[in-house]
Design a protein around this ligand. Structure first.
Ligand code: SAM
Length: 279
């Protein structure tokens, strides 16, 4: 990789940048007070930008670098890992394999970890009709991580919905990788308040648990829809909330008569749990 190192920053040498592009630069970036101009081949450079230095640098495989830095993420009884770290899951922990890719939810974000921890604490296998396992709704499923975690933790069924269609095949593939049978988890493009969601069982029209990793403003907007989707007293697990925005979520839950509101903080992020109104 051929890089021309030019002293200065993109700001201080803004007037010179066009000269680099015109000379054939394929990319420009700034690092530690130096402009790095990438070239496919050495070029003749005009006077105003001739004060730099050509260097041949080893190609850096950023993808490989990123993969090397990933570590398993422990969240309650679940450990979230990329496929190549499956062997590092400690005995007794449930492995949840997620291939880092285009959908949010590798477990490395505080909010994903907080939500999996909260699901892990809910004893999903014993909830639901006659204690046969909870039916879980995951709003904003991304990689499917929370719905899949719910299934691994004993949920009878989990539905993940997301407004971004790109996430759906990714989430489905992640379910297959984790060996979750098709009848236990389903992913659909969509959101709440746009007509009925898919239900796996005849005569059932509410969920036993709702989990959503969105942001505070959306929780505020959707709080009424959350109440409509779950049975009375069902646990609600909300995250994606910046601590500064907690009042918005508190007010929304009070407005919709949710009870037992509890908050867990991790740095600037919060998770809120509550119980659905009795109706
Ligand atoms: N559930 C995963 C997790 O916990 O890591 C991903 C959460 S990611 C922060 C939020 C996801 O919600 C994104 O995939 C985004 O496309 C989706 N989303 C945003 N607004 C939504 C809405 N109104 N309804 C459903 N999904 C939404």
């Amino acid at each position: 990789m051929l890089v021309y190192h030019l002293p200065g920053t993109l700001d201080t040498r803004e007037a010179d940048l066009d000269l680099l592009w015109e000379a054939g630069a394929t990319g420009l970036e700034e690092r530690a007070g130096t402009i790095r101009a990438y070239f496919a081949a050495p070029a003749e450079l005009p006077g105003p930008v001739a004060d730099g230095e050509w260097r041949e640098e080893a190609d850096q495989d950023w993808q490989a670098e990123f993969r090397r830095t990933l570590r398993p993420v422990r969240a309650g009884r679940v450990t979230i890992v990329p496929p190549w770290l499956r062997g590092e899951v400690e005995p007794g922990q449930l492995p949840l394999v997620i291939e880092p890719g285009m959908a949010f939810g590798t477990g490395h974000h505080e909010t994903t970890r907080l939500a999996v921890e909260a699901l892990s604490g809910l004893k999903l296998a014993g909830l639901g009709p006659n204690g046969t396992g909870a039916r879980v709704l995951d709003v904003g499923t991304g990689s499917g991580v929370l719905a899949i975690a719910a299934a691994l933790l004993g949920a009878r069924f989990a539905l993940g919905v997301d407004i971004d269609p790109i996430t759906i095949p990714i989430a489905r593939e992640n379910a297959v990788v984790n060996g979750v049978p098709a009848g236990r988890v389903r992913f659909e493009e969509g959101t709440l308040g746009e007509g009925p969601l898919t239900f796996p069982e005849e005569g059932v029209d509410t969920y036993d648990v709702l989990v959503a990793n969105l942001y505070a403003e959306l929780h505020d907007l959707l709080a009424g829809a959350y109440a409509a989707e779950v049975r009375p007293g069902a646990p609600l697990v909300l995250t994606g909330i910046l601590t500064a925005r907690l009042p918005l979520v508190r007010d929304a839950l009070a407005r919709e008569d949710f009870t037992g509101v509890r908050e867990t903080l991790d740095g600037e992020w919060a998770l809120v749990t509550a119980r659905a109104p009795a109706r």
